[in-house]
Design a protein around this ligand. Structure first.
Ligand SMILES: [Zn+2]
Length: 455
């Protein structure tokens, strides 16, 4: 077994790179010389890389009068977009309590002439019917935030910055979603494929991507691509879904008095013993694998032996295999921690400890093909707006379609943001129009546009 975190003696992780004894330095030099000779013998070619088909399509698209109108609309209506972002952000929307914010987004989408409805778990879907009704592209932004009910959300302005919990994640995405719908409406763009503008519930934490799961369930057979608008920025594109698993450890016992029942097994002691073992688990840097002990609960008072202790753990990895191993290590460590506590109990007659590990979330992995039409459309859009995208792996709503083989990406909706998931979260709208133009051109690149007669 590669990982034996619970024995307390961890073998160092074996690196993937191995020395190849067959490739000595002299051989390598010979090879390099040979390559140089071949290069010198080749005819000199122009260094200019010809534009890709995606780039040609995107620039043709951007020149269509209606599309140009939509792209310009963003530049001319920044104030409206910023104000709607603040208004939506100030409506609290913890996961599982997104209703009020959902209603506000639904009203905005309905103003843009979309056919708007809510599904049974609270997703809002605005449909713009395309010429090919049986094919659809989904563009989605999550409604929920990590901030619990009661968190004061009042946007403050500091120079060019707007500060508010959730302003960027996902105030930017939601503002982007409604701005794209509005720009298309104003410009009277009719798509080839139906576009579904969705504000979805349950992306954060224990929401466990339930909103996106429901959307994919509903539209799976029609969907040709999914674009997730999550947070700010234009510099990245998430094309790889980071697999993650969330677990809750529960240890229970009889409980008792701190003085008179001393010596009885204690669930918190067992949890601490098991946790110490688990955090000594070695995880590889490649494939990158992480764990986090994120929440601990248990006990009723300082002078009581608790009857229950709970721990929530988040496991992530670029490799599904590593996650499976890490979960096994967690179970081993909890079992060993409970055993330690039982073995050390002075009074074994006063009951025993039970334990279980409950799954509380799972996000599957996946990856979009490098030559997919969706990535082509994004690269084309980047070329038109003068942007360069860095490929990233992350855990987003795009995990769900990606795990099912549906082309999907997650991108920021422009501007700059930081401090996500903290009370100091901020957003700077400067330059947001470029991010919105990039998103719209990508969307239209995969959805297609019905050209007017004569244009
Ligand atoms: Zn987000």
């Amino acid at each position: 077994m590669r990982r034996d975190g619970c024995s307390g003696v961890n073998g160092a992780h074996e690196g993937r790179a191995r020395q190849n004894p067959g490739r000595g330095p002299s051989k390598r030099t010979v090879k390099r010389v040979a390559v140089c000779v071949i290069l010198l013998a080749m005819p000199i070619r122009s260094a200019v890389v010809p534009p890709s088909s995606g780039q040609i399509r995107a620039s043709t698209l951007a020149e269509q009068p209606q599309v140009r109108t939509a792209l310009e609309w963003f530049e001319k209506n920044l104030k409206w977009i910023n104000e709607e972002q603040v208004r939506l952000t100030e409506i609290p929307a913890p996961s599982f309590e997104e209703g009020k914010r959902a209603a506000a987004v639904a009203a905005l989408l309905a103003e843009e002439g979309l056919n708007v409805h809510s599904d049974k778990i609270g997703n809002v879907i605005g449909e713009l019917r395309g010429a090919k009704e049986q094919e659809a592209v989904l563009v989605a932004g999550h409604l929920d935030t990590v901030f619990p009910a009661g968190t004061v959300i009042k946007a403050q302005r500091e120079g060019d910055r707007i500060l508010a919990p959730g302003i960027s994640d996902n105030g930017t995405g939601l503002a982007g979603l409604v701005a794209m719908a509005r720009a298309m409406h104003v410009a009277k763009i009719k798509p080839q494929r139906t576009i579904l503008f969705a504000a979805n519930v349950g992306e954060e934490g224990e929401g466990n991507l339930r909103g996106m799961r429901a959307l994919i369930d509903e539209y799976r057979t029609k969907l040709r691509a999914v674009i997730v608008l999550d947070g700010s920025g234009t510099e990245h594109v998430t094309t790889k879904a980071l697999a993650s698993r969330r677990l809750e450890v529960v240890i229970t016992g009889p409980g008792g008095h701190s003085w008179s029942d001393f010596g009885m097994p204690n669930p918190i002691n067992a949890l601490v013993r098991g946790s110490v073992r688990f955090i000594n688990t070695r995880v590889p840097t490649a494939p990158r694998t992480t764990f986090n002990l994120g929440q601990v609960e248990g006990g009723t008072s300082v002078n009581s032996i608790p009857y229950e202790a709970k721990l929530k753990v988040d496991l992530r990895s670029e490799s599904e295999d590593e996650i499976v191993q890490l979960e096994a290590a967690l179970r081993d460590c909890v079992a060993a921690g409970v055993k330690d506590e039982m073995d050390n109990a002075r009074d074994k007659t006063k009951g025993k400890l039970d334990w279980k590990v409950n799954p509380i979330g799972s996000r599957p992995g996946g990856e979009v093909a490098a030559d997919s039409a969706l990535l082509e459309a994004l690269r084309g859009a980047d070329a038109v707006v003068g942007n360069q995208s860095r490929i990233e792996r992350a855990s987003t709503d795009a995990n769900i379609p990606l795990s099912l083989g549906i082309d999907a990406i997650a991108i920021g909706a422009g501007g700059n943001g930081g401090g996500a998931h903290s009370l100091q979260e901020w957003y700077e709208p400067a330059g947001r129009e470029m991010g919105l133009q990039r998103a719209l051109l990508t969307l239209l690149g995969v959805a297609g546009v019905v050209t007017e007669k004569g244009s």
